[in-house]
Write a protein that binds this ligand. Sequence first.
Ligand SMILES: Cc1ncc(COP(=O)(O)O)c(C=O)c1O
Length: 351
Amino acid sequence: MTDLPDELSTDEIIRSLASGRPTTWLRSTGTEAVLPDLGDMMDSAAARFDRFAPWFAETFPEAATVPVEFASAFPGVSGGMIESALVPAPAAQHRLVDLFGSELGGRLWLKRDDSLPVSGSIKARGGFHEVLEFAEAVAAEHGLDSFDPATYSTREFREIAANHRIVVGSTGNLGLSIGILSARLGFAASVHMSADAREWKKTMLRDHGVDVIEHAGDFVEAVDAGRASAKAAENTHFVDDEDSVSLFAGYSVAALRLERQFAAAGVTIDEQNPLTVYLPCGIGGGPGGVTFGLKRVFGAAARCIFVEPSQAPAMFLGVRTGRHSGISVQDIGLSGATAADGLAVARPSRF
Ligand SMILES: Cc1ncc(COP(=O)(O)O)c(C=O)c1O
């Protein structure tokens, strides 16, 4: 084990984290107290997804209709929704009870973001939102009707888009979301991939005409390279996973959808019937955005737990020490390596 700096070695929780042991810390400060004021960001993002629904329905056959598993939660919506089912998981609940020997109160549900249309991960929420926001800005800048979904299928828009590039650094899933959507809108796209990115994701992106740049280093290196390449480039938008309000806004919309899905399932959520949500956390944007939304929708009745790999607890370390993006897991002797998809992140988001 690496020697911890003095000011950290007195913290028993950090010592446990540095040893690589599974460690739990429940904050005593309510999240409500530290939520940023982001105005109507979540509602604007939801409205943006609604505006683009006809375009998604037309462009991606798998998004043409709302799946029966959750259609009842969204009456009147005919298609083009980027959404996943919320399913009860009784077998997993029994297994957890057997494993841990303690009764789990309430009911266990799975939010199936692995089956989100087009790119199959939570990154579709934030990644798509930022690409759509950029597409609207480009359309408006060129005097096109950015609020009309039909604009994005016109030759005029596609010619303008071909002259713009979207760049992102990713461990895989964000790159897949940004790359596929950018390409389908007609943008040029570059995805900088870290060493842990899966081969099939690179192949899939290349098949969509996206430039994939492979890096031998970790996620931070891929993001830095992407940022540097976009810096002086004209007509180029860099999606900064380390610091993006637009990604965050896209993730937060999940909460508005979940509210409808729980209501359709007849599940009440209030202080007496709290909702505890376990969120896989990499850089923190995905779970952060979802938490922000859930707190807006359910207040203190929603309790969000970020779950990180024991070798890459970036957000845990940043928040616990108060150093946020100023500390990385390597600083306490951890490797940052994990098999958990998308979670090999050593330093949390600045945002
Ligand atoms: C499948 C999956 N879940 C969760 C996350 C975590 O999101 P974030 O890195 O924004 O914390 C990622 C990140 O890429 C992911 O790919």
